[in-house]
Design a binder for this molecule. Structure first.
Ligand SMILES: Cc1cc2nc3c(=O)[nH]c(=O)nc-3n(C[C@H](O)[C@H](O)[C@H](O)COP(=O)(O)OP(=O)(O)OC[C@H]3O[C@@H](n4cnc5c(N)ncnc54)[C@H](O)[C@@H]3O)c2cc1C
Length: 466
């Protein structure tokens, strides 16, 4: 099938849209991929095994939707570019927006970041719930010409040429009727999440699976939604307290509506939060600032605590494969699933979408080869930051070579300075939100401030903020 009409959003000079692409998985990464692919493919079919809701509901295939889910500014930029008007729609619907440091209590690694000054980068943080975010994105993808979203359909295998060098489509099973169906495609994109099946399918086609890097973090999330009295936390709209070497537990407390908040408690190996409501509250006590804990005690629970286990961060090194079939790509968590406490997954999916657009701009020849290498460079920064932070905790198993120890010592110094210096705090936030590379912290001016901040560090105080 071909369509000779160049897409209105396509950059000038791009070839007309043609061909059919199938995206497996209609969650955030699959939707981002579909948004980019429709610029060059005449037809894009997104297939998901779940029932995809038309309202902002949680669903089975995305259990993480019941837990605190924040999109970092790097992902927000991607949303702005891919879906103009979506963020404004969220804001008009009452989604809280964090624009000032005073609205965020952010304490990574035991350091409460200075809340003075203004954010140097104008990208604010929007706080829709995960189902709200996914629902908003899906509604916009559904409206794109040539895009069809098919739910309750499970991908069970790939179709290929007899020698396995080219993928020609996908095998599907409809979950209601059990009927099998083959869908041919010029490109199949696997966005089925961390359980992505491409590794097994590659073996079926006679290819090697990719090498996997794993960091066993053994994390448990327990979350519940609460009603807080308006203004109970002052100006704060988000409270994030990370784990630290002496306390492998943390919390994220996110405002989703003026009086509706989600509290997620997190614990690394052996220090898992309980689901019993009373014990859940007790677990939060040593983590949260005392005034936040008091507000929590006075809050009205709106649901029961729910749990989610996350055993390991997994990175599949597709970029290292010598042979990979044409007509196939892997995308999103199916390439790299990050320890969720750093909130990187959706933003890295947006960065991958950017990479995919760039690669498609140079045609479809050797697409997988070019995409995996370019995506790996974007993933690398986020992966190293997450792994480095995890390895700062003695509870996480893994080698700690000299570069990791040096980098962790440096980040410790940056965070110490960031407690009192708004400039250092904002430079750190730019890095942790994936807007800038960590190299910006080595800028001589920032370095000077880091050194000064460590010569006269503020005496450690109980963490309590505005
Ligand atoms: C507890 C937790 C908290 C998180 N918190 C954050 C956060 O704060 N910020 C952030 O940016 N990221 C967070 N993440 C990560 C984020 O959820 C993912 O990065 C994001 O959803 C993109 O993943 P994905 O679309 O690749 O896969 P997923 O979201 O896992 O979706 C996979 C999709 O594929 C479908 N599927 C699976 N198999 C098949 C099949 N065989 N056939 C058809 N369909 C199939 C599923 O139904 C699902 O819709 C968190 C993750 C977890 C686990």
């Amino acid at each position: 099938m071909s369509d000779d009409t160049a897409h209105p959003h396509a950059p000038e000079g791009r070839r007309p849209r043609d061909g059919h692409c199938v995206v497996l998985g209609g969650s955030i990464a699959g939707l981002f991929a579909a948004r980019v692919l429709y610029e060059t493919f005449a037809r894009v079919t997104v297939v998901d095994r779940d029932t995809l809701p038309t309202t902002d509901e949680n669903r089975r295939g995305v259990p993480q939707g019941r837990h605190a889910h924040a999109i970092l500014p790097a992902g927000t930029r991607g949303l702005q570019e891919m879906f103009p008007g979506l963020l404004e729609y969220f804001e008009a619907a009452g989604v809280p927006v964090v624009r000032e440091p005073t609205e965020m209590h952010f304490a990574p690694g035991g350091h409460l970041l200075c809340q003075e000054g203004r954010y140097a980068d104008p990208t604010p943080t929007y706080q829709p719930t995960r189902p709200q975010l996914e629902g908003g994105v899906r509604a916009r993808v559904r409206e794109l010409p040539g895009v069809e979203i098919v739910d309750r359909c499970e991908a069970t295998g790939l179709l290929s040429t007899p020698d396995g060098t080219r993928v020609t489509g996908v095998r599907l099973v409809h979950r209601d009727s059990g009927a099998e169906r083959e869908l041919t495609a010029d490109l199949v994109v696997d966005a089925t999440g961390r359980g992505g099946r491409t590794t097994r399918w590659l073996t079926d086609l006679g290819h090697e699976p990719p090498r996997e890097d794993r960091i066993a973090v053994d994390i448990k999330y327990v979350s519940r939604t609460l009603r807080l009295a308006p203004g109970a936390l002052g100006r704060r709209k988000v409270v994030i307290v990370g784990a630290e070497p002496g306390r492998p537990t943390g919390a994220t407390f996110l405002q989703h509506e003026p009086d509706r908040w989600m509290l997620t408690l997190i614990g690394y190996g052996g220090h898992h939060p309980p689901t019993d409501p009373g014990d859940f509250l007790e677990f939060a006590k040593p983590i949260l600032p005392s005034d936040v804990f008091e507000a929590l005690c006075a809050a009205e629970p709106l649901d029961a605590p729910v749990a989610h286990r996350y055993p390991a961060s997994v990175r599949r090194r597709y970029e290292g494969l010598e042979r990979f079939p044409d007509g196939l790509l892997v995308f999103g968590d199916a390439i790299c699933s990050f320890n969720p406490v750093y909130g990187q997954g959706m933003s890295v999916a947006a960065l991958q979408a950017d990479v995919l657009r760039e690669c498609l701009g140079h045609g479809r020849d050797r697409l997988a080869y070019r995409f995996f290498r370019a995506a790996a460079r974007r993933i690398e920064v986020a992966w190293q930051m997450a792994v480095g932070s995890d390895l700062a905790l003695p509870q996480v198993e893994g080698d700690r070579p000299l570069p990791v120890r040096l980098s962790n010592a440096f980040f410790g110094a940056v965070l110490t300075a960031a407690e009192q210096d708004p400039v250092v705090a904002q430079e750190f936030v730019k890095v942790s939100s994936l807007l800038s590379a960590p190299l910006i912290l080595l800028n001589p001016v920032t370095l000077g401030r880091v050194v000064r901040g460590n010569l006269h560090p503020r005496r450690r105080r109980p963490i309590r903020s505005h």
